[in-house]
Ligand binder design. Sequence first.
Ligand code: ADP
Ligand code: MG
Length: 430
Amino acid sequence: MEMFKDFLLHVSFILFPIFLYHALWLSRTPAHFPKTNKLLITVFASISSALCIMYPVGSILDLQTGLQSIPLVLAILYGGYTAGIVAILVSSTVKFVMYGSFLWVGLIVVPIYFFIPFLLYRKWRQYSKQRKLLYGVLIALSKGMFIYIGLLVVSLIEYSPAFIMQQKLLELFFSTLYYIFFLVLSIYSIEFVKENAQMRTQLVQSEKLTIVSELAASVAHEVRNPLTVVRGFIQLLFSSDNTKEPSTNKDYKNLVLSELDRAQDIITSYLDIAKQNYYQIESLNLSKLLEECASLMTSYANFKSVTIHQSIEPDLYIQGDETKIKQVMINLIKNAIEAAPEHEGKIELFASKENHRICLYFVDNGVGMSESQMKKLGEPYYTLKNKGTGLGLTVTFSIIENHHGTIRFKSSLQSGTTVTVKFPEDTRRK
Ligand code: ADP
Ligand code: MG
């Protein structure tokens, strides 16, 4: 019974912070999936590890199971090097204060112990869930192996080897099993919690999109046709008597036409959202498409005195819908041009292949955005421009998602923005 109690205690020491992280951080902003909070991870891992040290499981075969290293492994894998190292330092200090273990032992043990997690951290995010669980088993096994070798060395030096090994082997076997179970359970819980939070974010976003597209379907068609007619007649009206036309009339004409065009733009964006479901997927040469869009936007850029530079690797292929991808590129280039400062405005377009993904970069030296502004990107109607629609990025996000791609913004106020778009490479084409 005592053992069962200890067991439950450890389950709560390790799992409780995971769910608390979800409650405090991941569900804070339902419309956006938040960045990793490394500070919170460091604090939770340190406390959790310290608690495991203070209340060790002690009754199975006098087992020192050492579960305190699980939060540390998790801190490295999910929080990174700094989070891991800080948590390890805190945990070592607690251990030293409680049991007075020699610090120099820690100095040798720590690097070997946490070698694999440190190695895995860089790519950890990209692994699938199954793979992460598998690596969890591997990390636990490697720890068991390490203890086994350590025991072997100690017993060879100090005692009769055969005797010690017999005693310890069974213990080691159980403690490794126990460790595997806990580590895999923790990784599984974290992934579960994360998936849940991500799903909810997606749900909120698609909910918004559905509202917009329903509106779109009902309004757009009705309004577009009369608008086209009005535009035609106005053009006719103003062009009939050109010579006597006073200059104010000309101004009115331009104003009316530009406002009509704007209305058309809004409706087109609405229709694009409503038509999101029709995709014609084919193999696309993204390099050519980007060059095409860049030259398409050159006149707009010239008008704003902005220069466009390109560095595009040839023959980058993806599977996608040409019109939709073009729309994405034009939206992003247009935003970059509109953000860029007059006269010194400069936009750079890069395209390359990295790890089987086709990466596009749209870099501008424009006004940039603050953190809170960036969080709102993609929300329908979010715009800071006088004549903006706030629909460009909504459409862009949804198209990219439908192509299984990702989009990321990196920006700082006054110094510019880098938009990174990644698509899976078309592997069939080789
Ligand atoms: P719109 O361009 O009609 O305003 P978007 O959805 O395209 O709508 O963009 C929404 C907002 O995001 C813009 O109003 C602008 O404030 C901000 N934004 C987008 N791209 C950039 C960029 N490259 N630099 C600075 N701000 C940007
Ligand atoms: Mg825009």
